[in-house]
Design a protein around this ligand. Structure first.
Ligand code: GRF
Length: 218
C-alpha cells in the first residue's frame, strides 16, 4: 500500500520536480514496512506547461484540464476531481497551479489539498507575491505551505519558513532564494502529512498541529 499524492501545475513545475526527486517512492517513515509515497498523477491547467514533461520523464501519468477546452469551470473541476479519484489521490498538492478551484472541488477534497505560496501568509496572498514583496521593500520574506479552503491563500497554515532579503535587489537571485526554500518546505510538508503527523485542531480549525520530525525519519 502506498500514500497516493496527485500534483496540480500550470507552468514550470520546479516544485513538482522537487517532489519527484525527494518524495516520490520514499517511505513515510524509516520503518521498512512503512508505506511508500507515490505521485500517482500530475494534472495541468495548461497544455504547454513544461512541468508535464517532468512528470512524463518520471513515468507519472499526466492530463490537461484547461479552461480553454472546457470553459465551464464547474464541469472542468468535476472532470479533474473524477480523474484524481480514479487515481486514488489521498492528497492533492497545488504546486504552481495558477487558477482558483470551485468550492465544490474544495469540498470534495476537504482537508486533503495543500498549496505552496511564496510569502509569509496572511501577508501578500494572491498572484505576484514576490514582486509585491519587493515593491513594498520588505526585509523578511518567506514561504508558506497551507491547506486550501475556499478563499485565496487563506487556509490553515502547515509550515512556514522565513528568510532575510538582501539590500541589493537582484530579482533573479531573490527568486532563486524563494524556490530553494519552496523546494525544501513543500516536500517536507508532504512527508509529514503522509506520515500522519499533521492534523487540524478540532477546537480551533485555524491551527494545524505538526508532530515533530525525528532524525530517524530523515
Ligand atoms: C512557485 O513560486 C509557487 O510558490 C507559486 O507558483 C510558483 C510555481 O513554480 N504558487 P513552479 O511551477 O513550481 O516552478
Amino acid at each position: 500500500m502506498s500514500f497516493r499524492v496527485a500534483v496540480l501545475i500550470s507552468g514550470e513545475g520546479s516544485n513538482l520536480q522537487s517532489l519527484l526527486d525527494s518524495v516520490h517512492g520514499d517511505r513515510v517513515s524509516a520503518s521498512a514496512s512503512a508505506p511508500a509515497i507515490e505521485i500517482v498523477g500530475v494534472a495541468s491547467s495548461r497544455a504547454e506547461a513544461p512541468g508535464l514533461e517532468r512528470a512524463e520523464a518520471a513515468g507519472v501519468s499526466t492530463a490537461v484540464f484547461a479552461l480553454a477546452d472546457q470553459p465551464d469551470r464547474a464541469l472542468r473541476d468535476r472532470a479533474l476531481g473524477d480523474w484524481l479519484e480514479e487515481r486514488g489521490a489521498q492528497l492533492v498538492v497545488l504546486a504552481g497551479f495558477m487558477e482558483l478551484l470551485t468550492p465544490a472541488f474544495i469540498r470534495r477534497f476537504a482537508g486533503r489539498i495543500v498549496n505552496v505560496h511564496p510569502a509569509l501568509l496572511p501577508a501578500i496572498p494572491g498572484l505576484g507575491a514576490i514582486e509585491q514583496a519587493l515593491d513594498h521593500g520588505v526585509k523578511v520574506a518567506g514561504v508558506t505551505v497551507h491547506f486550501v479552503d475556499e478563499g485565496i491563500d487563506s487556509g490553515p497554515i502547515v509550515l512556514q519558513e522565513s528568510f532575510e532579503l538582501p539590500y541589493h535587489r537582484d530579482i533573479a537571485g531573490i527568486e532563486q532564494r524563494f524556490h530553494e526554500v519552496e523546494h525544501r518546505l513543500l516536500p517536507r510538508a508532504v512527508r509529514l502529512i503522509a506520515a500522519g503527523r499533521v492534523r487540524i485542531d478540532k477546537r480551533n480549525p485555524r491551527l494545524v498541529h505538526v508532530e515533530a520530525e525525528t532524525d530517524a525519519d530523515g
